[in-house]
Write a new protein. Structure first.
Length: 128
């Protein structure tokens, strides 16, 4: 193996390792955090970055135009869909009455929406 191939392999495996490490941190956060909102935050952020780093590492290990297009498309879709999905799940958890952890001292939506109304008023923009 030549020096550039060694650097390429080290960089690719390093990115894959970082990505897998972030996915492991996301899994640990899913287990350890006290409420649904903290869990969603950990999984959405760490898993998004972890997957993107893993895909970029694979691209470094197997460079080609076809792989570059596939990886860039997958990364773009991940950056678009994961935050939107996390937001939708967090909102659904809040509207269904999922409790905040006792250590949470800030509820931005407190008083503007109650879980007792069963989601009624969801179409009213003033009750967001």
């Amino acid at each position: 193996m030549s020096a550039p191939e060694i650097v390429q392999a080290a960089g690719g495996y390093g990115l894959v390792g970082l990505g897998v490490g972030l996915l492991a941190v996301a899994a640990l956060g899913l287990i350890r955090f006290p409420d649904a909102y903290s869990r969603l935050s950990a999984v959405t952020k760490a898993a998004t970055l972890g997957l993107c780093l893993t895909l970029l590492g694979v691209l470094v290990l197997e460079p080609s135009w076809a792989n570059a297009v596939k990886v860039l498309l997958a990364v773009a879709l991940q950056f678009v869909t994961s935050p939107v999905g996390g937001f939708a799940l967090g909102r659904a958890a809040y509207r269904s009455g999922s409790p905040l952890s006792p250590g949470s001292s800030y509820d931005e939506l407190g008083g503007r929406h109650s879980a007792q109304d069963g989601g009624a008023g969801g179409d009213d923009p003033s009750r967001l």
